[in-house]
Design a binder for this molecule. Structure first.
Ligand code: GDP
Length: 475
């Protein structure tokens, strides 16, 4: 029925799209990877025809204009574009609130096709539907193929692994003191779920970036506190569990989570995407050290597994549609000098190599790029000890500290960001820390305005990303 549902909704889409084709672009990445900024910048640049020399329709002079339109699905929150722009253009500007749940936005693009017959048909229109969702949610796909007993066995084995004791201890203690065959009751379920959630949270903090399923436990969206999120893995009891036992209750909730939360997300949203961009905060991991880099790689491999699950597990096939292009983007490239951008791309390539290489993405093309949705720094040079060093100029966010100086959020500084290593593999080797001067910067102030009086948001390679993701649909 899922397969039928998708077929029907795709049919409905194509019926309504007889006149106007619709391209569904998914934007994902782990928490704070840069999704909100990427989408806000992309939409603003399209609406205002910003500086996008690498975006062919605009560079060729075929781009006519763009406007926001009502999203066809009224049950999904709208991406808060105007609010995000207001934050970015406030005085002083602030970074907007990050993605916490799924949201969507439709932008209608009008252009002149470059095809030979286009002169006869006049301007064409494309609906670009942008779907923003937490990458953490993708970690849940494998759950659809796992029973409660199987998932519990996996999750508990991981919690009991040496090295995880610190985060898992409190949860395991709760578990040991609970008789899973006792009568079902909410306080016990809540206690276990809370201990399990705090284990997941602490393990994310400890391991810097990685995330363990269920994804909604870390980013619940609108489900915070609901029974669908009130469960935890339990050891399988020896005998059969009575129907009114605690074990049966949590098993039931796990199944409800799969049926009512995970499955609809994959069926109604993920499986209907045409293109996908996966944003990765590579620099933060580099700055944290080799363990964080290895961890990011693991998390990315898990996230990216979703793009080819259908090949290996027929049960999951209905939930993974053929996405024909995936763009991997290392975000916040304005934190390093442009001379390091090639290296940043090489590092990202290495990070996704496992996921991308072992199996091609079910026929999808992939590309890696280093970009900044919004560029918060300018470049300059300083002379130090007779050497000329490339620098970044920007205003570190209040509270950011480097070399014993804590910044007040108002002072512009120039700093040498450091070089990225030439050989990506060296990042995984202990004793090879990358000495990056990594500071979070305030969004750019004193923005330029275009002839129409609209602000111009500076970016790095957003145009190339856009061209790869939608350019061919506007050929
Ligand atoms: P997400 O929605 O959780 O993926 O993340 P956001 O888009 O909210 O980004 C998280 C934070 O990263 C922002 O608040 C900014 O501080 C920073 N950030 C995101 N994109 C950029 C960028 O292009 N340049 C710079 N300098 N910082 C960025």
């Amino acid at each position: 029925t899922d397969e039928l549902g998708i077929a029907l909704s795709n049919l409905a889409d194509s019926a309504s799209g007889v006149l106007t084709p619709t391209l569904r672009l998914g934007v994902t990445g782990l928490s704070r990877a840069g999704k909100t900024i990427f989408i806000t910048a992309l939409v603003h640049n399209l609406l205002t025809q910003g500086r996008l020399p690498g975006f062919a329709p605009l560079a060729d002079g075929r781009f006519i204009g763009a406007k926001l339109a009502e999203y066809p699905d009224a049950t999904i929150p709208r991406f808060a574009y105007e609010q995000h722009m207001a934050a970015l253009t406030a005085n002083p500007p602030t970074w907007p609130e990050s993605t916490r749940r799924i949201s969507q936005l439709r932008i209608v693009l009008k252009y002149q096709s470059a095809k030979w017959w286009a002169g006869m048909t006049g301007p064409a229109t494309l609906n670009l539907d942008i779907v923003d969702y937490p990458g953490e949610w993708l970690l849940d796909l494998p759950l659809l193929g796992l029973s409660f007993a199987e998932w519990s066995a996996d999750a508990l084995a991981r919690a009991r692994k040496p090295g995880h004791a610190e985060e898992a201890e409190a949860f395991l203690r709760e578990l040991d003191s609970t008789d899973v065959l006792k009568d079902a009751n909410d306080p016990d379920a809540e206690r276990l779920a809370a201990a399990f959630t705090s284990y997941l949270r602490r393990s994310r903090e400890h391991w810097a970036l990685s995330t363990l399923p269920p994804g909604r436990f870390l980013l619940p969206g609108d489900l915070e506190g609901s029974p669908a999120l009130t469960f935890a893995p339990l050891p399988k009891p020896d005998g059969a569990a009575r129907r009114n036992s605690l074990y049966a209750m949590l098993e039931h909730r796990y199944e409800a989570y799969k049926a009512q939360v995970v499955r609809p997300f994959f069926r109604d949203h993920f499986a209907r995407l045409d293109r996908q961009v996966v944003l990765v905060d590579t620099l933060r991991a580099l700055n944290t050290g080799p363990a964080a880099v290895a961890d990011l790689e693991t998390a990315l491999t898990a996230v990216l597994a979703c793009f080819r699950q259908g090949e290996t597990n027929p049960l999951l096939r209905p939930f993974t549609r053929q996405i024909d292009r995936i763009l991997f983007a290392a975000t916040k490239a304005d934190h390093v000098h442009h001379t390091s951008h090639d290296r940043l791309e090489a590092i990202l390539n290495r990070l996704v190599a496992n996921a991308a290489g072992r199996a091609r993405f079910a026929g999808a093309q992939t590309r890696s790029i280093a970009l900044a949705g919004i560029r918060a720094t300018a470049e300059g040079t300083i002379r130090e000890n007779g050497e000329t060093l490339p620098t970044l100029i920007g205003t570190p966010l209040k509270g950011e500290a480097l070399d014993g100086t804590t910044y007040d959020g108002k002072t512009e500084i120039a700093l040498f960001p450091g070089d990225l290593p030439e050989r990506p593999d060296s990042l995984f080797e202990n004793g090879n820390p990358v000495a990056l001067n990594f500071l979070r910067f305030a969004p750019p102030a004193r923005l330029e305005r275009n002839a129409a009086g609209e602000v111009v948001l500076p970016h790095i390679r957003l145009d190339r990303a856009l061209d790869y993701l939608i350019g061919d649909w506007m050929a």
